[in-house]
Design a protein around this ligand. Structure first.
Ligand SMILES: Cc1ncc(COP(=O)(O)O)c(C=O)c1O
Length: 386
């Protein structure tokens, strides 16, 4: 680490609360699937700032849209109509497709989940929210009360009442006429990229329909093309009543959304939900450009194809027991004593960024969705020659 990086590190460590274990580098620039540190050293980014930079770093179309919008209007709230908001929200709802009819634009994944929970309780006039062991839904109070990972959830010493966190296999049987909603993360990323078995999803969906409970998918990670289709919703013919999105939705500009069906939208009135910054013009410019790139560059197909390629190539390696996940949300389940943090360190030494998870044996891969075949090959070769 050179002296400039050391001074950056010492200022961040001195003045920022010590809430994150950080990579020992300072990332100052990004282009496509690469980021560059203070010294100009190049890193292949299989982390994407935590599954965020969907269109790659600084995609020219996204940069241009943000720059153009910044010079026109940085902010005005939802109290007035605005052209870029109109275009972005229309594109979002159209790309989500049926049965999603309207969106509430927010700033983050936690805020999207918080509003989904609130809306479910208000519309159903019930209180109980069921979520699953292993899920992560965010750090705000309702979202964290639904989070099934003790490492995070235990920080709340008093969760919001009437939140129940159950093993996936027990959820369907637990749904009753008391249940306002079931909140599911279809691929539990933080827990180690664990996909919910399709049979459980169908059973939960049926149980929700039977008892009049709402089904919410937290697609903060799986959404916006990461798992090979614009939404995970729709697989196994399961269309949840609400879908929450954030992370990749605006290529890294803070933004999120709550998608609801037409039936639910009818239950929302003026003043029910609100946010100052959600749906701001700059966020919407970034979102519109991101969605256009996703469509124009067939990003979902790319994620599906390269995800399948990586899965096939990596699962044959000694030391990798299994490759979990879909599209470009993958978890390398390591065999025996190999720890994900050691593999992450070894890859960092080769200038490749990856993520760990709550499971010490799972290394997470969540690169930009614009990853190229060559970049996928560079990654495979690096793992092969470790
Ligand atoms: C599945 C999921 N839901 C919700 C969140 C919370 O999103 P945010 O950090 O934008 O509040 C995250 C963040 O990692 C997430 O992975």
């Amino acid at each position: 680490m050179n002296t400039i990086t050391k001074s950056i590190q010492s200022d961040e460590d001195r003045y920022q609360l010590p809430t994150y274990a950080k990579f020992p580098i300072s990332i100052e620039r990004g282009q496509g699937c690469y980021v560059y540190d203070q010294e100009g050293e190049k890193y292949l980014d299989f982390y994407a700032g935590h599954a965020v930079t969907s269109t790659g770093h600084c995609h020219p179309r996204v940069v241009e849209a943000i720059q153009e919008q910044a010079s026109r209007l940085i902010f005005y709230s939802n109290v007035a109509y605005n052209g870029v908001r109109a275009r972005a929200v229309r594109k979002l709802v159209e790309m989500a497709g049926q049965p999603y009819y309207q969106a509430f634009l927010v700033n983050s994944g936690s805020e999207a989940n918080e509003n989904a929970i609130k809306l479910a309780r208000a519309i159903s006039e019930r209180r109980e929210i069921i979520s699953t062991v292993g899920s992560f839904h965010g750090r705000s109070y309702g979202a964290l009360s639904s989070t099934g990972i003790p490492k995070y959830a235990n920080y709340l010493n008093t969760p919001v009442p009437r939140h129940r966190i159950l093993p996936m296999g027990e959820v369907a049987a637990a749904v009753s006429t008391e249940t306002a909603a079931v909140l599911i993360e279809p691929i539990q990323s933080m827990a180690g990229v664990r996909e919910i078995p399709p049979s459980h999803l169908s059973q939960i969906h049926q149980a929700c329909k039977k008892h009049g409970a709402l089904l919410i998918f937290d697609e903060v990670q799986t959404g916006v093309a990461r798992t090979g289709s614009f939404l995970y919703a729709g697989r196994e013919n399961v269309y949840p009543d609400m879908v929450t999105l954030a992370k990749g939705i605006a290529s890294g500009f803070p933004a999120g959304a709550l998608l609801v069906t037409g039936a639910l939208a009818k239950g929302v009135e003026k003043g029910d939900l609100g946010t100052t910054f959600g749906g701001g013009p700059l966020a919407c410019a970034a979102m519109e450009a991101t969605l256009e790139v996703i469509e124009a560059e067939n990003v979902a197909e790319n994620a599906a194809r390269l995800g399948a390629y990586l899965k096939k190539a990596l699962c044959s390696f000694q030391g990798i027991e299994q490759v979990q996940g879909r599209g470009l949300l993958l978890g390398l389940k390591l065999a025996g004593e190999i720890k994900a943090k050691d593999l992450q360190r070894a890859l960092l030494d080769r200038r490749i960024l990856t993520g760990t998870s709550v499971d010490p044996q799972v290394l997470r891969l969540m690169p930009p969705l614009t990853l190229t075949q060559h970049e996928a090959d560079v990654f495979v070769e690096a793992v092969k020659t470790l």
